[in-house]
Write a new protein. Structure first.
Length: 518
């Protein structure tokens, strides 16, 4: 009998196909193992040391358009390839780099803060913590409201949820308007919900009457694309129209502060070394935070137009920044797929949001104060609980990048109660009038309870798949999917009366959505 060899085998589609698959799987597993070992490599963090190490191993010290973070990633990749070729386990890659890493770990990464920063931290703490001689104590009010909510009858909670979610499911497209010559990067409603601000890649901020969508004015000053816009908390309510009412961040690295009566900025905040992606106002209105491609976020004093804090902590570009309602915490999200919660009163990191595998494009605090939502390039929204210090839910939200996430924050200014009991005169009132007044008091209390419970009960997200979606914020289920006229939705926002929703799209339009019966 002739000896059967590999040369005499005929591929029947099984054996050789299986062997090929085995080899392909081996290549994939080897690459995964290399990447796993690469994460353990000790390499310098200082850019000059990274360049010196690249020069030592015969690699170009820089490539065209390469940033410092990319250069360090390239060094890690090259060293991991060298170790794989040598058959090393990757743990003892480079004695010099390991020594440098140990030296860096021994260093204290604290820098002396300025006196204005110390004063700002003190004021931020006073603004949130309960004190008899301070008028707001946002944290105290929030906790008191949560205690009332916790004592609410379960049947009452179910009724409110059903009513609110039924209204949310009625949202439909009211209309679309061409907003600018280039994509609309962000849309934000003013506190009184009568004006919509749009920021565009053309470098222009535009103000629109809503819901009529008629233009008010264009604010020009940026020389590059606008990444973010934010309203002062008291703009269009009690803030003077000549004072700072709006902030915007541009690709040239500047933050512009705007009034409502001029097309020129009130002030220009300079300091960032790269594109500014997002801006946010502190609830007090005294400070502005900005996220930038220079891998930092910064805190600015609105009244003096000075930089108070330059905060590092992300290994790549910082894309999003958002304040907690109390004003004590700030969330930042970066293209390193990491989010961080910062305590503004101490400067410490309160929590690291590590779970996404792609860049984080949006961060949003829930009105509860202890939950944070992050939207990322991995098409998911993660819900984080700061009490448990972990992610409690992951929503497969869109089929492409999640560009923006916004919770519904109910503003008491837009509460529309039934007739107030105080409006009923009790002069000469009989038992029937007293009973009527009692009924009105109960009706008013019930309406106020429902309105406050609505806050944070749902949120909206936008994605590059062309959809805006509305979600419940307790069981994280999809309530409504809204179609836009674009392939990419860049931004979304919910008015503080809950009656309007706006989105900005890549095809230069913005859309308005309202419930069908409004």
């Amino acid at each position: 009998m002739a000896e059967l060899t590999l040369d005499t085998l005929v591929d029947d589609g099984n054996y050789l196909g299986t062997e090929r698959a085995r080899l392909e799987n081996k290549v994939i597993l080897d690459e995964l193992e290399r990447k796993k070992k690469a994460r353990t490599l000790a390499v310098p963090t200082d850019d000059n040391r990274v360049k010196a190490r690249l020069r030592e191993i015969g690699e170009p010290i820089t490539l065209f358009g390469e940033r410092a973070a990319d250069r360090r990633d390239r060094l890690i990749y090259v060293l991991s390839q060298i170790n794989a070729a040598r058959g090393d386990d990757g743990m003892q890659v480079d004695a010099e780099s390991s020594d440098e890493s140990e030296e860096e770990q021994e260093e204290e990464f604290y820098t002396a803060g300025s006196l204005p920063l110390l004063e700002a931290r003190r004021l931020i703490a006073e603004d949130s913590l309960p004190r008899l001689d301070f008028p707001t104590y946002r944290a105290q009010k929030r906790v008191a409201q949560q205690r009332l909510d916790s004592r609410m009858d379960l049947g009452r909670v179910v009724d409110i949820r059903k009513k609110v979610f039924a209204e949310v499911k009625k949202f439909t497209n009211l209309g679309s308007q061409i907003g600018d010559e280039r994509p609309i990067s962000q849309v934000r409603f003013s506190p009184n919900n009568e004006i919509l601000a749009t920021g565009s890649w053309s470098g222009t901020v535009k103000l629109w009457n809503v819901p009529s969508c008629t233009p008010i004015r264009s604010l020009r000053g940026h020389s590059d694309k606008i990444g973010g816009v934010a309203w002062h908390p008291q703009a269009t309510i009690s803030q003077s129209a000549d004072a700072v009412n709006l902030a915007s961040g541009g690709g040239e690295g500047n933050i512009h502060l705007w009034s409502l009566n001029s097309e020129s900025p009130v002030s220009i905040l300079k300091g960032h070394q790269d594109r500014v992606c997002r801006v946010a106002f502190h609830p007090s209105g005294n400070y502005v935070a900005s996220a930038s491609f220079d891998t930092t976020w910064r805190l600015w004093d609105v009244n003096t137009s000075t930089e108070l804090l330059l905060q590092e902590g992300h290994s790549k570009e910082v894309y999003s920044v958002e304040f907690q309602n109390d004003g004590a915490l700030l969330a930042s999200g970066g293209l390193d797929a990491i989010g961080r919660i910062w305590d503004l009163r101490t400067g410490r990191t309160a929590m690291v949001l590590d779970g996404h595998v792609q860049p984080i494009f949006s961060t949003a605090f829930s009105p509860t104060g202890y939950q944070v939502a992050t939207g990322a390039g991995d098409d998911t929204i993660r819900i984080w609980d700061m009490r448990a210090i972990r992610s409690i839910y992951t929503i497969p939200a869109h089929t492409s990048n999640v560009s923006d996430v916004r919770f519904f924050h109910a503003n008491d200014m837009h509460f529309k109660p039934p007739k107030r009991p105080d409006d009923v005169s009790m002069d000469g009132a009989d038992d029937a009038d007293a009973a009527k007044r009692d009924a009105q008091e109960k009706e008013y209390a019930s309406a106020a309870e429902e309105w406050r419970y609505r806050s944070g009960l749902f949120f909206a997200s936008s994605g590059y798949d062309g959809f805006v979606k509305l979600w419940s914020a307790d069981d994280w289920q999809l309530l409504k999917r809204l179609t836009t006229d674009a392939g990419k939705v860049m931004s979304v926002d919910i008015s503080s009366d809950g009656n309007m929703l706006a989105s900005g799209t890549y095809n230069r339009n913005f859309q308005l959505f309202t419930p069908e019966d409004i």
